[in-house]
Design a binder for this molecule. Structure first.
Ligand SMILES: Nc1ncnc2c1ncn2[C@@H]1O[C@H](COP(=O)(O)OP(=O)(O)O)[C@@H](O)[C@H]1O
Ligand SMILES: [Mg+2]
Length: 236
């Protein structure tokens, strides 16, 4: 289980996350929802060691203090916002980069087979430059690259961003399948409807603080949206 205790993080003198204590259940899909600027991406950056943090991050009870590359070796992998694929490299070259952690390098062809099994479209386009993919395909490539190292915990930042609704559904079908296959997933989304369609647990983040933590099945969408848009004062 991944958990944070009084996690603080930000940029320089600016604190963005204020004492977040969260836990992410093993094998479950936890959705972090919240408006733009809430600190969702900052949370993922802190969890993957891209920015320093105060407080504690624990994995399986052990405190994490490592850098990004160590964390990938421990099975925590981030699929970044905006996909960030290498446009001039082929689909397959991008996937191979995802096998960078030492323990995965020997296992390249079985990793590729596994990812191509999940994303047949990537197999068809394996030799094509990543920059020529559609938005949905690029999202699949970014997720496939993350899966190349067989992560225990996959952090996915805004996978629906800029995608047509039908493509969003396709991407979320695959996220649901990854969860069924046993991957622990942390999903950051502004689109609460699609997030709730796959989530087990939901945390609403606003202004760098947790405003609501609930099992997805108990979430009242109207109440969630009131908190999301900070309408609770008006509606009281
Ligand atoms: N690299 C950065 N340097 C300084 N401030 C940043 C940086 N990235 C994000 N921020 C600020 O941190 C806050 C939270 O941003 P972010 O975590 O990206 O929010 P979200 O992902 O929820 O939209 C925002 O006020 C944003 O301007
Ligand atoms: Mg973000």
């Amino acid at each position: 289980m991944l958990e944070t205790q009084n996690l603080r993080a930000g940029y320089g003198h600016i604190t963005v996350l204020w004492d977040l204590s969260l836990s992410f259940r093993e094998g479950a899909l936890t959705a972090i929802v919240g408006p733009n600027g809430a600190g969702k991406t900052t949370l993922l950056r802190a969890l993957t060691g891209l920015i320093p943090h105060g407080g504690e991050i624990r994995l399986g009870g052990k405190r994490l203090a490592g850098k990004t590359w160590d964390l990938a070796g421990q099975g925590i992998v981030m699929v970044p916002e905006g996909r960030l694929v290498f446009r001039d490299m082929s689909v397959e070259e991008n996937l191979c980069l995802g096998a960078y952690p030492k323990r995965c390098r020997g296992d390249l062809s079985s990793g590729l087979d596994r990812v191509y099994g999940l994303f047949p479209r990537l197999r068809e386009r394996r030799g094509q430059a990543a920059g020529s993919l559609s938005g949905g395909e690029a999202q699949m490539l970014a997720m496939g690259r993350g899966l190349m190292s067989q992560p225990k915990i996959l952090l996915i930042d805004e996978p629906s961003l800029g995608l047509a609704p039908v493509i969003v559904n396709e991407v979320f079908d695959i996220i649901a399948r990854l969860k069924e296959a046993g991957t622990t997933i942390l999903l950051v989304e502004q689109n609460t409807r699609v997030a709730l369609s796959v989530a087990d647990d939901v945390h609403l983040l606003r202004g760098g603080q947790v405003r609501l933590s609930e099992p997805a099945a108990q979430v009242d969408l109207d109440r969630l949206h009131d908190l999301y848009f900070a309408r609770e004062a008006q509606s009281a």
